[in-house]
Ligand binder design. Structure first.
Ligand SMILES: O=C(O)CCC(=O)C(=O)O
Ligand SMILES: [Fe+2]
Length: 347
């Protein structure tokens, strides 16, 4: 006998009846029609942010053609031979571009990606690990591949459109928190936002690997386009079950990032998610990570804290946090990567 606990065979289901690690596409995550009455939309967004930290939007104003163009260029890029893609490979000095060795929580992800920022150049602190406040600044610049030649324009055009959408969403989120619509508009200045083209190739061991391991998004808000294959799973707040987000053509998936969790003093929470891969189909997705200027000190908003509800976080410098995260992608860490709970005030 091995060390395994012996289980009476009578308990064992035939394979087709075994519990799946995934609850099948529950209708849980709300779909919100942005063309409806604003008051109603604000209410729906507020309750989706509270209950799920995730929702989908339709009638969002991003032209289908803009999305079609980036989809096509994205597929053409990843179809190129590896040595071609590696011409725009990232390294410790060129942080943007192509790479296929990302780790999430120290396990390698089954994916390859291409990153570019909306602002070019993007300003970031020069010394991630140092104790200063990020006063010394360096820049990131985009690396565009020669092929396909249309990739750059398709990406830049898409970036402009999702940025408009995130501006709109931040107004609605502000209203849902009882704040003026323009409360977050200052954070669009000097932003460090970036877009990632994700390609998940078919995987021979989908039961053992993940496209992206469980994680929370560190920024303000994420606007994600996923294709029809599916694989994104969200951890349901009520019971910790992993729920698959059903692909909806032309919709965007929106999730609250860590910064909204801090700003709102946990009225809204950033929720864990992961990506499953499958052995037959490749999958593409495009997240836009809306992130503030590097010099932003992230802390609970004064309007949302008081004596009864004191700030749950100490202020942290966004640029330092972000560059520390990015630098860690190059190696396996012995310790946990930087997380907002490191700034949590204990109760
Ligand atoms: O591919 C997806 O559906 C989500 C990817 C993701 O969560 C991320 O890149 O942060
Ligand atoms: Fe994510």
């Amino acid at each position: 006998m091995g060390s395994e606990v012996a289980v009476d065979e009578a308990f064992i289901q035939a394979p087709e009846h075994r519990p799946k690690p995934t609850v099948t596409e529950a209708e849980g995550i709300p779909t919100i029609d942005l063309s409806r009455d604003e008051e109603e939309v604000v209410r729906e967004i507020g309750s989706a942010c509270k209950q799920w930290g995730f929702f989908q939007v339709i009638n969002h104003g991003v032209p289908a053609e803009v999305r079609r163009r980036i989809d096509a260029a994205d597929r053409a890029f990843f179809a190129l031979p590896l040595e071609e893609k590696r011409k725009v490979r990232r390294d410790e000095t060129k942080v943007l571009g192509y790479y296929d060795t990302e780790h999430t929580k120290n396990v390698r992800d089954w994916k390859e990606v291409f990153d570019f920022t909306l602002a070019d150049p993007t300003f970031v602190p020069a010394n991630p690990g140092s104790a200063d406040h990020g006063e010394e600044v360096s820049t990131w610049t985009n690396q565009w591949p020669e092929n396909p030649p249309e990739l750059r324009e398709a990406c830049e055009e898409y970036g402009k459109e999702v940025l408009k959408l995130s501006q709109k969403l931040m107004e609605l989120i502000a209203l849902s928190l009882g704040l003026p619509a323009n409360r977050f508009s200052r954070f669009f200045k000097d932003q460090t936002s970036f877009i990632r083209l994700n390609h998940y190739p078919p995987c021979p061991i989908p039961h053992l690997a993940l496209g992206v391991g469980r994680h929370k998004d560190a920024g303000i808000l994420t606007v994600l386009a996923q294709d029809e294959v599916g694989g994104l799973e969200v951890k349901r707040k009520t019971d910790g079950e992993w729920i698959r987000v059903k692909p909806t053509p032309d919709a965007f998936i929106i999730n609250v990032g860590d910064i909204i969790q801090v700003w709102s003093n946990e009225r809204y929470e950033s929720v864990e998610h992961r990506v499953m891969v499958n052995s037959e189909k490749e999958r593409f997705s495009i997240p836009f990570f809306f992130m503030p200027a590097h010099y932003t000190m992230v802390k609970p908003l004064e309007e949302l804290t008081n004596e009864q509800n004191p700030a749950k976080y100490r202020a942290y410098n966004w640029g330092k946090f972000f560059t520390t995260r990015k630098a860690s992608n190059f190696r396996k860490l012995d310790v946990e990567n930087i997380q907002i709970h490191h700034f949590r005030v204990s109760e």
